[in-house]
Design a protein around this ligand. Structure first.
Ligand code: NAD
Length: 474
């Protein structure tokens, strides 16, 4: 393609080189700001490419990467982090353009900080040893798994890439990333740069752009030892099934959400309004942890609904578009299905006549069987309902198969702590919601996922304990 700010890395990155796929099919990416063509030459990995990448990964794992000490792995991650910062505009352009993301540079900076965080862990993750009075010295080592795969979504592609690369490489694994078909270019490019710059030996970090079929081949590959998946619940279930049916590879699943947030009468009102609007409009609502179900206590309901609706309306010219036409038609389909089951206070339609913009939308007191109330919409669309007391809030908040994030807004610390322990959720925010921290585990309960990313919990999931028993009795 001509006219692009940076070359478009449409080829696969296998064993440190950009190579053509064995498939001759090519795919297009469009810019959702104005529907213009961005790239029409994206390559998708075929079965031969998947096998070649797994072979190169195994060779790197048994060969040059094994020779890196833990400290050297940490140093490599520091350099990889710096490489992301050096190329942050380019990476942001490659993945931000086909999804219309305005905050892609900030996301690349966050990705760099994730790698720096894991760089620190590489030579600090301890093993264990136990008393040897019985004549046995017992040691537990944390060993790498080998060839790992990260299958990624499009909504936070650069940060999620780092969430998989960081812990996998820190623990001494090698990794193949399969980026979303909507955001393939930054992943291919970073894998190439990491090897070209000499930071990582070829085969340690590879990238295979592709659709679901490429992901499925990796999830069922007999020589892949772990798959870490971020994406939707239906795909997560297929991946777990493929892993079980092939070689029982380890599986981490980071899936969707329909997160609740409870606004109590004694909250700091302006803080609660700010977070509630931010939660469902950041990344145009295309965030797994978006608090899309807002519950407000009856005594402040009128005032809060008015302020929240005003805050949402004011975002109209600030929001980036939805990621593409598929996402636009997905969001709009909810409105046709649920006609009559809810009242729309603001929004509810496409914004403008070009691109994929959607008006920030607020549904008021939707019926409890409405799809907008129960399903992840993945757009700037919130449902707001009222509740009487703590008990009712908890019943409503927990009445879902999702369990990724929840929020509670109150100035009563006892209430906040009580509610945080009763919410079925992997993460609970008190006086904040829909946010993430480097140092703490992130992931969901119930159908929102299995396992955790971020923090040292992720290191566990990229390693396996090996017990060594030393007999001192002979
Ligand atoms: P998706 O499930 O459609 O696709 C995710 C990835 O899986 C893509 O790379 C896709 O090509 C691949 N894939 C599709 N079918 C596959 C198969 N059968 N086998 C293997 N791989 C396959 O999800 P999406 O639309 O890209 O992302 C949006 C979803 O991701 C939302 O549900 C969102 O909540 C979730 N998400 C979760 C988190 C989290 O940390 N919990 C973070 C971001 C996004």
């Amino acid at each position: 393609m001509t006219g692009n700010k940076y070359p478009l890395s449409t080829q696969l990155c296998i064993n440190g080189k950009l190579v053509d796929s064995h498939s001759s099919e090519r795919y297009s990416l469009f810019n959702p700001v104005d529907d213009s063509l961005f790239c029409d030459q994206v390559q998708y990995a075929a079965a031969e490419d998947v096998d070649a990448a797994v072979e190169a990964a195994e060779a790197a794992f048994k060969g040059p990467w094994r020779k890196f000490t833990a400290t050297q792995r940490g140093e490599a991650l520091v350099k990889l982090s710096a490489l992301i910062l050096e190329h942050k505009e380019e990476l942001a352009y490659l993945d931000g353009t086909p999804t219309g993301k305005t905050a892609a540079i900030t996301e690349a900076e966050f990705a760099a900080s994730i790698l720096r965080y894991y760089a620190g862990w590489a030579d600090k993750y301890p093993g264990e040893s136990y008393p040897g009075e019985d004549g046995m010295v017992k040691i537990v080592r944390q060993e790498p798994l080998g060839v790992c795969v990260g299958i990624n979504p499009w909504n936070g592609p650069i940060a999620i890439m780092a969430m998989k690369l960081g812990p996998a490489l820190a623990m001494g694994n090698v990794i193949i990333l399969k980026p979303s078909e909507k955001t393939p270019l930054a992943s291919n490019r970073l894998a190439f740069l990491a090897s070209e710059s000499g930071i990582l030996p070829p085969g340690v970090f590879q990238s295979l752009s592709g659709a679901g079929a490429t992901g499925a081949m990796l999830a069922s590959h007999m020589r892949v030892r772990k798959v870490s998946f971020t994406g939707s619940i239906p795909t997560g279930k297929k991946i777990q099934e493929a892993a079980a049916k092939s070689n029982l590879k380890r599986v981490t699943l980071e899936l969707g959400g329909k997160s609740p947030s409870g606004i109590f009468e004694d909250c700091d009102f302006d803080n609660a309004v700010w977070w509630s609007v931010f939660a469902i409009t950041q990344n145009t609502g295309q965030a797994c942890y978006a608090a899309s179900r807002v519950y407000v206590q009856e005594g402040i309901a009128d005032k809060f609904v008015e302020a929240f609706t005003k805050g949402m309306s004011e975002k109209i010219n600030e929001l980036a578009p939805l990621a593409d036409k598929t996402q636009l038609s997905r969001v709009s389909s909810f409105f046709q299905r649920d006609a009559g089951k809810t009242q729309i206070l603001v929004g509810g339609k496409q914004h403008g006549d070009k691109g994929c913009y959607w008006e920030p939308t607020v549904f008021y007191n939707p019926e409890k069987d409405a799809q907008v109330y129960n399903e992840e919409i993945f757009g700037p669309v919130a449902c707001i309902s009222t509740f009487k007391d703590e008990e009712e809030f908890l019943r409503l908040a927990n009445d879902t198969e999702y369990g990724l994030m929840a929020g509670v807004f109150t100035q009563d610390i006892n209430r906040a702590m009580r509610i945080s322990s009763e919410l079925d959720s992997g993460v609970v925010g008190i006086n904040c919601v829909s946010t993430i921290s480097l140092q703490t585990p992130f992931g969901g309960s119930k159908q929102s996922g299995i396992g955790r990313e971020m923090s040292h919990y992720a290191l566990r999931s990229y390693s396996e304990p090996k017990t060594v028993l030393i007999n001192m009795n002979y």
